[in-house]
Design a protein around this ligand. Sequence first.
Ligand SMILES: [Zn+2]
Length: 422
Amino acid sequence: MYKCLIRVSFYVVALCAFSINATAKDILFTEIEKHTKLGWTVSYQSNEPMKAVMFANSPDNSRLKRWLPISAEFSVNYINGREIATRKDGKPFSLVKFQLTPSYIHLPKSYAPFSPFSDGGMLVHSGRFFACPNICSGSENLWAMAIKAPVEDTIIVGSQKYLKKTSWWDKNDGQKFYIGQQQLNYNEDYISIVDAKLTQTVGKQLDTILPRMMSFLEATYGVIENKPMLFASFGETSDGSFGRQGGVLPNQVFMHWYGAATYHEQNPAATLWFFAHEAAHMYQKMAGQAVTPVDNWLHEGHAEMMAKKIMLSLVPHYQHFVEAKVAQAKGNCLVIMKSSSLPEQVEAGNYQALYDCGLYIYSSIESTYLKKNGTESLWVALMAQARNGGQLDSNELLSLAQEKYSLSKKDTDDFRRLIGIN
Ligand SMILES: [Zn+2]
């Protein structure tokens, strides 16, 4: 289905050969537009009258401030953890349009909707725009997306370039698309757009080390079928905040730095760890999604563990940094094991616990496994099981580690308790 990119006219729904459950009646057409002067808008249109537009993901209620209905007849409300747009008079409607705030924000456990580039370009997360007519049941997974942009910009979706407009069916967690004036840079291992403000700092570092990290990962996990896209953006802030966020979606890796123009990474070892962690995600080739928020330790821990291995192999002079990082993760996780659990920590918003305990669990498994590369072969085995219909969850990984990777019964039980499995 993913490869079946088709043009969606807003009035004629062209469905190609794949079968889909949704009918034209149920589909909400989403159109995001970058205007030459009027900023960014998104509109939702359905063929049938609807009472509401419900957003598929509401990590917080920030749409209430950042999405302004263009017509005063509409409002956005936050009800039971969901953001919902309705007419104030409760009457049905078939079109609603919002003016967007296209600046970088941090959303809890979600990718930023907008990652600006310093030259005015923008990386946008399509998943932020997934919405359903009336109500989302949670089983929807087909989204009709369309984009329009001024003629001087290029639209890039899935490494393809478009002018003025394009459309596609989206699914799962969505994807990042780019609108701006930078050209694609075709490297041997990936296609990139790196912010001009980063080319002399982290951009340069990335170009030097990323191909080596990818070769390291390729040796055990095999090549990535299609060249991934890499986006590195930079945005200044007015409130003095600075930092970075990275992420991976199928065939895409993106990194955003934000802060004052003079800000650059203070700690080169931490930057390399960040690169290695994101690079590892590209090779995880996740067969299915982690089932619960707590299960995210599976792939975050794996990426941390691979970052450790990559650093020790490619930049061994940072060994002290790596050892300190691993020791700190272990210390943090042991405290949690003593008096709390991962479900409790996630509930409290401490997502770092997933990284720390993940790294600690994989390190423990690897230390008892007598052969080399325990983490790698365990991961490959877990993915093979998931592809064959097995679960991709904590229980499955721990059972596998106990049965085939010499993880002791005591450790397995302790980790089960930590993860909240009784
Ligand atoms: Zn990660």
